[in-house]
Design a binder for this molecule. Structure first.
Ligand code: ADP
Ligand code: MG
Length: 495
């Protein structure tokens, strides 16, 4: 489809360099239990957005969107491009001039038929000279991984046995998942890959004995990557593509801003031609502002926050007078439906909450597994693998898996605790809410979310979340009514 409605804007003025001091402490724990995004929003952000007239732009005529897959959720992506490079979005993977090996990977291994909307719009921007930087927002489950994976695989010079693309992710789980996608998609190429995540709790020590990296594509977590770079085991001089998945968290002050910035600057210093790709379903104003100050001359794709919720995922709230009721609701109203519901992820705010719930459900005779950042890596990998293989049906998790985790069979998400900001627990964590509920409804599949409301504070938080995203979260009238839950699950298309 021609992007006839795309408006080309001149490049923004060069971004001012933010004053930052480097945090060069080796961080072992790269995952957070309750990440909260910095909320130091300044007025200048509004200016950046309005100057670019984002709201007036639309890359696609909504009426023609049916050329794409059945993913109506991401039909409202807005594009702002810079410079004089016209882009045409691609209705088929063939139009992208991918190598035959990559096309085969997409069709035979991935079993994809055609690009999703974000793929159709972003891939021409990523794959074609002058290889502009890109900040891309698109809905949860709409196929962002494929955009940057194809971006990395396409740019590798097969003859050059050095690292040419680097992808940084907030958790080891997401790094491993993304690498699995990349290996599958690139299976017919000879491109070499490596995962750079902590291997055990003394990884700082261990990486000293790690051999230098020759792999052409490296995916990993920021602490490990930064460490490998400072130990000169990962050289960045030939890197052509630098990806940040879950980029808003990677660049948030209370996320991995220091590490990410350092990696970006180190690469920029030895290499001026590196394309930076930032992908996420959420970019709050503080992060957008930071991006406009740190990334040079980029194209951008954005979705309004009121249009971010997935229509295929029905959101409910359930009033529960006490904690015991919350547990009974899970047991009697939800898990009793058994495997008909597919898989379920229950989100909690702390390890303590996770252990308590785990014990209670096990005592009731349910097989559940629990994951959080304090478990050792081997256990974490095992729990994720069992869940991905369908051996377990119900997974209790902290926000370790709130972002990026992709499992088609997850139809149900339960917010046992509502997501709140770590430092200011009276404030909802809007982005985390959206990411948590996005674990259901992957690529247009149906899903339901149950938010448990126990205290006055919970009510207030839920109200704020509804207002922020402009969505209505339907109340399940009585926690004690089987019928009410059946109706809810039926309306979500799950029973
Ligand atoms: P997100 O945008 O949240 O990062 P993912 O990249 O994890 O989404 O993709 C979500 C799911 O959609 C994955 O299981 C992926 O295999 C599937 N998917 C992505 N692109 C396509 C496509 N073009 N056709 C079919 N399935 C796709
Ligand atoms: Mg993703």
């Amino acid at each position: 489809m021609a992007d006839s409605t795309t408006t080309l804007l001149e490049s923004k003025p060069p971004a001012a360099e933010p004053k930052r001091s480097w945090g060069d402490v080796v961080d072992e724990e790269e995952e957070e239990e309750n990440p909260s995004v910095g909320d130091d929003i300044t007025k200048s952000e509004d200016k950046v957005v309005s100057e670019l007239k984002v709201d007036e732009l639309s890359i696609a005529d909504e009426k023609k969107v049916n050329k794409f897959l059945d993913d109506p959720e991401d039909s409202n992506i807005q594009a702002v491009t810079t410079g004089d490079t016209p882009y045409t979005s691609a209705a088929t993977f063939e139009e992208l001039n991918l190598t035959p090996d990559l096309l085969k990977g997409l069709y035979v291994e991935m079993k994809f038929q055609k690009p999703s909307k974000i793929q159709a719009i972003s891939l021409p921007m990523i794959l074609n000279p002058p290889y502009k930087n890109l900040v891309a927002q698109a809905h949860n489950g709409s196929g962002k991984t494929t955009c940057f994976v194809l971006g990395m695989l396409s740019r590798i010079d097969p003859q050059l046995k050095r690292t040419q693309a680097l992808c940084i992710c907030p958790t080891r789980e997401l790094s491993i998942q993304n690498l699995e996608v990349l290996r599958k998609m690139g299976v017919y190429t000879q491109i070499t890959t490596e995962c750079a995540v902590p291997t055990d709790n003394t990884s700082g020590e261990r990486s000293k004995f790690r051999p230098p990296i020759f792999a052409q594509i490296v995916i990993g977590t920021p602490g490990t990557i930064k460490r490998l770079m400072s130990q000169r085991k990962l050289s960045v001089g030939d890197i052509k593509v630098l990806v940040f998945d879950e980029a808003d968290h990677m660049l948030a002050r209370d996320g991995f801003q220091d590490d990410s910035l350092r990696i970006m600057k180190d690469i920029e210093r030895s290499n001026t031609k590196c394309q930076v790709l930032l992908f996420s379903a959420t970019f709050d104003e503080a992060v957008k502002n930071f991006v406009s100050r740190t990334v040079k001359d980029y194209n951008q794709l954005f979705v309004k926050k009121e249009e971010l919720s997935l229509e295929s995922v029905k959101q409910y709230k359930v009033n529960c007078p006490d904690e015991l009721t919350k547990i009974l609701v899970i047991k009697e109203r939800i898990l009793e439906f058994g495997e008909n519901l597919g898989q379920t992820i229950i989100f909690v705010n702390s390890k303590r909450s996770a252990s308590m719930l785990h014990k209670a459900l096990v005592d009731f005779g349910y097989e559940v597994t629990t994951i959080h950042g304090a478990l050792n890596h081997e256990d974490r990998d095992k729990i994720v693998k069992e869940f991905k293989d369908g051996l377990t049906q119900v997974l209790i998790s902290t926000d370790l898996l709130a972002r990026g985790f992709d499992q088609r069979q997850v139809n149900l998400v339960i917010n046992f605790d509502l997501p709140v900001k770590y430092e200011t627990p009276d404030e909802p964590h809007y982005e985390v809410y959206l990411h948590r509920i996005g674990r259901a409804g992957r690529f247009g599949s149906k899903g339901a979310v149950f938010n448990f409301i126990m205290t006055d504070r919970d009510h207030m938080i839920m109200d704020k979340i509804e207002k922020y995203f402009g969505t209505q979260v339907t109340e399940v009238t009585s926690w004690n009514s089987d019928e009410d839950f059946k109706v809810a699950l039926k309306a979500a298309g799950l029973v």
